[in-house]
Design a protein around this ligand. Sequence first.
Ligand SMILES: Nc1ncnc2c1ncn2[C@@H]1O[C@H](COP(=O)(O)OP(=O)(O)OP(=O)(O)O)[C@@H](O)[C@H]1O
Length: 343
Amino acid sequence: MATLAIQQVVSDYQGQVILKGLDLTVEKGEIVALLGPSGCGKTTLLRAIAGLQAISQGSITINGRVVADQQHFVASEQRGVGMIFQDYALFPHLTVADNILFGVQTRNKKLRKARLEEMLALVKLEGLAKRYPHELSGGQQQRVSIARALAYEPEVLLLDEPFSNIDAKVRKEMMLEIRDILKKHNVSAVFVTHSKDEAFVFADKLALFNEGRIVQCGDAENLYSMPSDRYVAEFLGTANYLSAELIDSYHVNTLIGPIRSNEPLELAVDGKAELMLRPQHIHLTSDTAGVGEVLERRFLGNICQYLVKVEQTQLEVHSTNLELAVGQKVGISYQNHNLVLLR
Ligand SMILES: Nc1ncnc2c1ncn2[C@@H]1O[C@H](COP(=O)(O)OP(=O)(O)OP(=O)(O)O)[C@@H](O)[C@H]1O
């Protein structure tokens, strides 16, 4: 049984439909990123799961218990969800210890003390129990908010842009550390972000949003290498497109010659499509009789980013060949992979 099941959820604000029929499941111990640009409905879905936003259609089920549908609305505090916000939302007048123990039900002093110590050790804040939030760094405050959410032993942990206030220099390290904590405790989590880089580092599975819909859901590698459309392809990285015509179920003809796919291709009846190639799939060689011409060269350290013109098409190429100059003719080949054809 999935920890969280969202089925055909629709939600609106004053008649404006924000979530347009979403399906999503989160398995036990899985971390799922709700990823997409600003205003696409990620936070609205998180709020609907938390019970802070009503849904008008569909259902939300946590460990087999319906918490929201047309007949049911379980109050937020009875859903077993923990929330971590962008601004940490700690109680400023409570110490670290009291913040962490805020949602812990038991009144048994021994159990409370043991839970506090376990949580402080987990988030590496031993010795800071008596401090107040304003006496902590941003990263330490974030750890307290995590300890508070986990101390309550939520069935699902919800995180709303939890890393956006953390200094870019330590953000990745912090994300890996928190991911490690969630994995150790087998916590099921849903995490909102507009950053693909954060989603790649922190999540097991990505649900990519566009205007109130989930356009594709799966692990990062699968979405990156097998996007269902141009929106997904471009949200997750640079994409080049070449007009392609199907030769047979493994080959297409393109401006740079025939290209072979490792897996059989699926294509519309007319046999025409756009072939998506990532910048690192294209190889360049110095060749005076080559079909391409280097228009731009940008040195990026271990690679060069080239803009190459082939007839009317421009391709962005990331290459470890640093020797090519602007104006030079180049031969173009490709790395063997499973081709992606889009309409
Ligand atoms: N309280 C509200 N009243 C009316 N409309 C709202 C309210 N909150 C959000 N909206 C609208 O709902 C849409 C989705 O907002 P939401 O906050 O879910 O997006 P988001 O993907 O989380 O964006 P961001 O990354 O900017 O937080 C937006 O068009 C927004 O203007």
